[in-house]
Design a binder for this molecule. Structure first.
Ligand code: UDX
Length: 449
């Protein structure tokens, strides 16, 4: 028997990767605090831990993914398989919920289905069941816009620059990298389905802040009929939730406590990116030669062909001694908020980007794939709160870039700008701030649908 609260019952559909699970659980937590009953439907892959969130009902649906689909790194194929395999189980699951009764023997209503943009099959199911579908973009608004504009882009890159002045300062090569010059059929199918989902949804929630993406947001409003709610940064609204798929190593906080203010370079490439052995070696020497203290997340699987840190160069750890700390997974939000952290060398995943911005930590950008290239360009060329690690991973470049970001006078402007952005981000969440107002409008919208 399900509980039914007075604000309504929301079913959230999750896309099963760390960078998506976390913001979805944060959103669920915030909505629950406003009185909504929350059911979370998730594929079997990377299942969240229900005991960490006793206030929600979790329902796992079969995803029938094969090991090779999960491991071969073709994101578009994986998304297609997930949506294809989950569509029927998701529909059955919704129907089952709709036939349940609450403790007063009343039929359970679903107020809305709130789904990750990448679980686009949810919108069709919402339409079939005549339920409102609310789309959640866990990445930037600009990516949403670029995918929506993509059909108009073919061979006419100048259209893009004219349409979004903010993008003029970005390098078109990076926009092309995001959109991919020669998209596969699977990529095009995903983009179409994804954009269609957004187009037919009753509302779109974006984990961003108005001041970061004003131009892209106003352009989006021309392309999508649904109201857009910019309620980020979600992690500041639901700071305490536990959503890591890997165990966070809290020992790094005691180590950070012993470091000088703003001296540490924190290095993490998120949950999916990988590097080769030689890149690991160059990174290690770059960090060692920078002479700055460093906290380095080496996730199992980060180095292709290695279990963990066995390919670090001989003598590296002894050489850096107490000046370096390596973990498999860090409590990243706590790390970025720590006074000792002076810079974040990041892959520029969207969550890492906004977590860093919220703490005023300047970013050294080394994007790997997808939206990371675009985020990195915003960081360096539009917001100017970071700098790009030029060329390939090479110890000399790394050493120079770290010094520039954290200590050299050349990095002063970037460090100042990063602190300015921290203030702006915190204003968004205060009474009357853009995200606070947008969240209130979202709850009014949910009541009205
Ligand atoms: C993926 C894509 O790579 C990214 O481009 C897209 O924007 C979102 O989906 P991921 O690579 O995991 O995400 O990066 P990111 O979006 O930065 O999310 C990583 C999350 O893991 C962050 O919330 C971060 O705080 C957390 N994290 C990371 C930790 O808690 N500990 C760590 O050691 C590293």
């Amino acid at each position: 028997m399900a509980k039914q609260q007075k604000s309504g019952h929301l079913v959230l559909v999750m896309f099963p990767f760390q960078g998506h699970i976390t913001p979805m659980l944060q959103l669920a937590t915030i909505l629950h605090s406003k009185g909504y009953t929350i059911t979370i439907v998730h594929p079997e892959l990377n299942s969240p831990t229900p005991s960490n969130h006793p206030e929600f009902t979790f329902i796992s649906i079969p995803d029938k993914l094969t090991e090779s689909e999960v491991l071969d790194g073709d994101a578009a194929n994986l998304m297609l398989s997930l949506n294809k395999n989950c569509a029927i189980p998701l529909q059955q699951c919704m129907k089952k919920i709709l036939h349940q009764k609450d403790s007063h023997d009343h039929i359970i209503h679903i107020t809305a289905i709130i789904y990750d943009t990448l679980m686009f099959c949810s919108q069709t199911i919402a339409d079939d069941l005549r339920l409102p579908g609310i789309n959640v973009r866990t990445s930037s608004a600009a990516t949403l816009l670029l995918y929506a504009l993509f059909p108009h882009l073919d061979g006419k890159d100048s259209t893009l620059e004219n349409e979004i002045p903010e993008l003029q300062s970005l390098q078109l090569q990076h926009i092309r990298a995001l959109l991919s010059q020669n998209p596969t059929d699977a990529m095009l199918e995903v983009r179409n389905a994804f954009t269609e989902g957004v187009r037919s949804s009753s509302a779109v929630i974006v984990n961003t802040m108005d001041f970061l993406e004003q131009a892209a947001l106003s352009k989006i409003k021309e392309h999508f009929p649904a109201p857009i709610f910019t309620i980020g940064p979600l992690h500041k609204l639901a700071p305490t939730i536990c959503s890591s798929l890997l165990i966070e190593d809290a020992k790094c906080i005691s180590w950070l406590n012993k470091q000088a203010p703003k001296s540490v370079i924190y290095v993490s490439f998120g949950s999916l990116a990988s590097i080769g052995e030689q890149e690991l070696i160059e990174t290690a020497w770059g960090l060692a030669n920078s002479k700055q203290p460093f906290l380095w997340v080496i996730r199992p699987g980060l180095v292709r062909g290695s279990e963990w840190i066995e390919s670090l160069p001989n003598g590296f750890q002894e050489g850096v001694g107490e000046r370096g700390f390596i973990v498999k997974w860090a409590p990243q939000k706590e790390v970025l908020a720590h006074a000792a952290v002076g810079g974040f060398w990041s892959h520029c995943g969207w969550n890492s980007t906004i977590e860093s911005i919220c703490e005023g930590v300047p970013i050294l950008c080394k994007p790997f794939f997808g939206d990371q290239n675009l985020n990195s360009n915003y960081i360096c060329n539009v917001w100017k709160v970071g700098l790009q690690l030029q060329n390939k991973l090479e110890r000399g470049n790394i050493e120079a870039a770290i010094k520039r970001l954290i200590v050299d006078i050349e990095g002063e402007e970037i460090r100042k700008k990063a602190m300015d952005f921290k203030k702006k981000a915190s204003l968004c969440l205060q009474e009357g701030g853009s995200s606070c107002c947008s969240f209130n409008e979202l709850t009014r919208h949910i009541s009205s649908v």
